[in-house]
Design a protein. Structure first.
Length: 198
């Protein structure tokens, strides 16, 4: 189950390509749309830190525990944000999806749902994962709602688990989706994506 392999995923005008240094300016522009790095509960890089953010992701890929994507608009090639497989555990066939963020203009559009559909399909159907997990800040209810809308189950809260960018210590809310739950979740995602938006 080698996740650390270059793969490009594409559907519905959204393309996930392996994150590379060539995406630096596009990623910086996406983060600037909404000044997302100012949110204390996200992993969005500050503009000057964008290259280091990519280099960190690439190093984690080499070590085998993270695989980062640039999320692009297929038609224009514009970078819209980023998402990653991380905490990759081949022995138990488990991965987590995280480090996910998008330009403000892309939020509450089909972009995130499409990216999640692509990543979950890849994890469960191509890589034969047993479990896909998510983690989020206890003070990020929007992220918690988005994960719950996908159909993931809340596993619990790990208290005093990680540092935020402002130096405070966060509690981490953990979620997961098992392979047996995937068909229903996939059907619901496809239903939501195909539903007319007025």
């Amino acid at each position: 189950m080698s996740f650390v392999a270059a793969v490009t995923l594409c559907a519905r005008g959204v393309e996930l390509v392996p994150l590379a240094l060539e995406h630096e300016s596009g990623l910086r522009a996406a983060a600037a749309d909404g000044e997302l790095w100012k949110l204390r509960v996200t992993s969005v890089p500050e503009p000057a830190q964008t290259r280091a953010y990519i280099e960190t992701a690439l190093a984690a890929c080499q070590e085998g525990h993270r695989f980062a994507f640039a999320v692009r608009d297929l038609a224009s090639g514009t970078v819209l944000g980023s998402s990653s497989f991380h905490d990759i555990l081949p022995a138990v066939k488990r991965v987590e999806i995280g480090y996910t963020w998008y330009a403000a203009r892309c939020q509450r559009t089909h972009i995130n749902s499409t990216a999640k559909l692509l990543m979950l399909t890849h994890a469960f159907e191509t890589r034969a994962c047993n479990v896909v997990g998510w983690r989020t800040d206890n003070f990020n209810p929007a992220s918690q709602r988005a994960i719950e809308r996908l159909g993931a189950r809340k596993d619990g809260v790990i208290r005093g688990h990680a540092l935020r960018r402002d130096g405070t210590i966060r509690d981490t809310v953990m979620y997961s989706l098992r392979v047996g739950e995937w068909p229903e979740v996939k059907a619901q995602l496809l239903y939501l994506l195909d539903k007319p938006h007025h």
